[in-house]
Write a protein that binds this ligand. Structure first.
Ligand SMILES: CCCCCCCC/C=C\CCCCCCCC(=O)SCCNC(=O)CCNC(=O)[C@H](O)C(C)(C)COP(=O)(O)OP(=O)(O)OC[C@H]1O[C@@H](n2cnc3c(N)ncnc32)[C@H](O)[C@@H]1OP(=O)(O)O
Ligand SMILES: NC(=O)C1=CN([C@@H]2O[C@H](COP(=O)(O)OP(=O)(O)OC[C@H]3O[C@@H](n4cnc5c(N)ncnc54)[C@H](OP(=O)(O)O)[C@@H]3O)[C@@H](O)[C@H]2O)C=CC1
Length: 515
């Protein structure tokens, strides 16, 4: 049997979205585990005042590449950035670059997308669907192309409860939608978006479903596979546990909980939290690339890349492990001690938002105002509420994904490849993974130093003392006001005090007798 690294040896690979979260891990893994790969062509756009060359150079200095750098300090010679803006006609690739790609590329990994849930439909369609169509056209001109791997999402068909590894009919024929939106101004498109997306929660899942159909249209001319990861989280094992570089999906929620800002969120404790580590997704993606190129299945194969059906873990358990992990390894300058509760009850959630989010924010902003500083907490909470509002759809229900193709793929790999490109999530130990994930957000997203943990713990103790003092003062104050005004409260108070006194005398008497 062909080993995977042998297959990738001497191959030229084209990657879109290489500067993104998953793209970076893909580039790293290819360089590290397939050291004979010939070249990685990355479609990159200039951004935020940086040229594409600068962006790629900066990316390669990232800690993620430390292991590759150790193995081969010259690894960057294999990386060839190609200037490309995917929303432009022809992907804005120069004719020379187009020719070069057509003559040398063997495998395409299409990771680029807009993953924002609030993206205007026109833009999401432009990037997730039209750019995919254009990339497929480019792929058809590649003389030596062996596989085209498209990264979709397990939630592309989230309007279904059971999702098989098939491409479902699209909600609308993409070509017709593209043509009709062309003449509409942004305001009209915004107004009709809810009607168009129907029972999907956002433009992201809607356009990813359309993209799958667009990809499927080319299955007679190209060797295609579609990877559908669920909620992609920090790495499990590679290149090191807990690597993560963004606030997307659950990461932002974990950080907000660790900082003591998020105290409540609507989620179903018993629903499956279908997190999948990024290294698992990338290993599966590379295995699918190898299998598609070598075995050339007759039609496009879809791989649901999920954990729920294989090694389930629930949102309630996630909450518990995230909070206890952040108590052991606190984030710096927490607003309050980490303590979050998830509930599926709308009213309870609203109550806690008022008591645990808005009230402390109001008090803190008042304090800032009085000390001559700019108030900021209410603004932070408003942003947090917007973000978690967009995630609630995914944390309040569960889905079932079939994973037959994933199992088939694993059975086709050699034992060594199964180790090197491990995507067997049966071995995943969730508490350990969540602990590393939380530490990863601290180290790699917030760039906090682990040596500051004692000071952060000290800060949490200070917050706990402030809370105890505040609660005691509040109780005494309320009680004083109450007792002063009500005879009944006074009677209850005397009753409770005399009861306590009786108990104390009883215990003192019984302990004297036993002695
Ligand atoms: C105790 C724990 C309990 C756990 C309970 C459950 C938790 C988890 C629940 C459910 C997870 C389910 C997830 C489903 C996933 C589906 C799978 C996929 O297929 S796709 C991938 C998913 N895609 C997204 O996650 C995009 C979501 N994000 C957005 O759509 C936008 O970012 C949005 C609307 C949330 C905010 O948009 P803006 O415009 O207000 O902000 P912006 O531009 O994104 O960010 C501005 C700055 O703020 C930071 N930021 C963003 N989110 C932050 C956060 N939560 N906390 C702190 N900072 C944050 C950013 O890094 C950025 O910083 P700079 O300007 O670059 O320096
Ligand atoms: N993260 C997740 O939880 C999940 C992600 N997925 C899918 O995985 C894929 C990768 O996601 P992820 O890495 O998280 O996303 P990121 O947002 O981190 O990365 C997106 C990538 O697409 C590139 N891109 C966006 N717009 C353009 C453009 N106009 N021209 C050129 N490049 C562009 C970005 O480049 P730039 O740096 O220039 O912005 C970036 O490299 C996506 O297809 C997504 O749908 C699926 C399931 C879950």
């Amino acid at each position: 049997m062909f080993r995977m690294a042998e297959y990738y040896a001497g191959k030229s690979v084209l990657i879109t979205g290489a500067t993104g979260f998953m793209g970076k891990v893909l580039v790293e893994k290819l360089l590290r585990s397939c050291p004979e790969v010939k070249a990685l062509y990355l479609l990159v756009r200039p951004k935020a005042g940086q040229s594409m060359q600068q962006r790629v150079s900066e990316m390669m200095t990232c800690k993620l590449f430390d292991r590759v750098r150790e193995d081969d300090p010259d690894f960057h010679r294999k990386i060839i950035p190609i200037s490309s803006e995917l929303t432009q006609p022809g992907l804005a690739i120069s004719p020379q670059d187009g020719e070069k790609l057509a003559s040398c590329i063997n495998i395409v990994f299409h990771c680029a997308a807009t993953i924002r849930f609030d993206e205007p439909l026109k833009h999401a369609l432009q990037l997730n669907v039209i750019a995919t169509q254009q990339l497929l056209s480019l792929a058809k001109q590649m003389h030596h192309l062996e596989a085209f791997i498209h990264i979709s999402t397990a939630y592309a068909n989230c309007n279904r409860k059971h999702i098989d590894e098939v491409i479902y009919p699209p909600p609308v024929e993409p070509r017709k939608l593209i043509e009709s939106l062309e003449w509409m101004d942004d305001g009209i498109v915004r107004d009709i978006t809810p009607r168009l997306i129907g029972d999907r929660p956002n433009t992201y899942t809607y356009t990813k479903a359309l993209a799958e159909f667009v990809v499927q249209q080319e299955q007679d001319q190209l060797n295609i596979a579609i990877i559908r990861p669920s909620i992609v989280g920090a790495s499990w094992q590679e290149p090191f546990p807990g690597w993560i570089d963004n606030f997307n999906g659950p990461s932002g929620v974990f950080i907000a909980a660790g900082k003591g800002i998020l105290r409540t969120m609507r989620a179903n404790n018993d629903a499956v939290a279908d997190l999948i580590p990024v290294d698992v997704v990338i290993n599966l993606t590379l295995a699918a690339g190898w299998y598609t190129a070598v075995h050339r299945p007759k039609s496009a194969l879809v791989y649901n890349c999920t954990t729920g059906g294989i090694n389930p873990f629930h949102w309630g358990e996630i909450e518990h492990h995230v909070i206890s992990s952040f108590k052991r390894n606190p984030l710096e300058q927490a607003f309050r001690r980490p303590n979050a509760n998830i509930t599926s009850n709308y009213l309870i959630n609203q109550y806690w938002i008022l008591v645990s989010h808005k009230f402390p924010a109001f008090i803190y902003d008042l304090f800032l105002r009085l000390s001559g500083q700019k108030p900021q907490m209410m603004r932070i909470f408003n942003r947090l509420h917007k973000a978690i509002g967009l995630l609630e759809y995914f944390s309040s229900q569960d889905w079932e994904w079939n994973s037959e193709n994933l199992n088939m793929l694993m059975s086709q790999m050699t034992p060594e490849d199964r180790k090197t490109f491990n995507f067997d999530v049966r071995q995943l130990n969730w508490p350990e993974y969540i602990e590393n994930y939380c530490i990863g957000t601290k180290k790699y997203v917030l760039n906090e130093d682990m040596s500051d943990i004692p000071a952060a713990r000290q800060h949490l103790r200070k917050l706990r003392n402030i809370r105890y003092t505040f609660n005691t003062v509040l109780v005494v104050f309320i009680w004083r006001v109450f007792i002063a005004r009500s005879q009944m409260a006074r009677n209850i108070w005397y009753f409770v005090v005399s009861l306590c006194f009786k108990f104390l005398s009883y215990f003192r008497a019984s302990s004297t007798l036993t002695n």
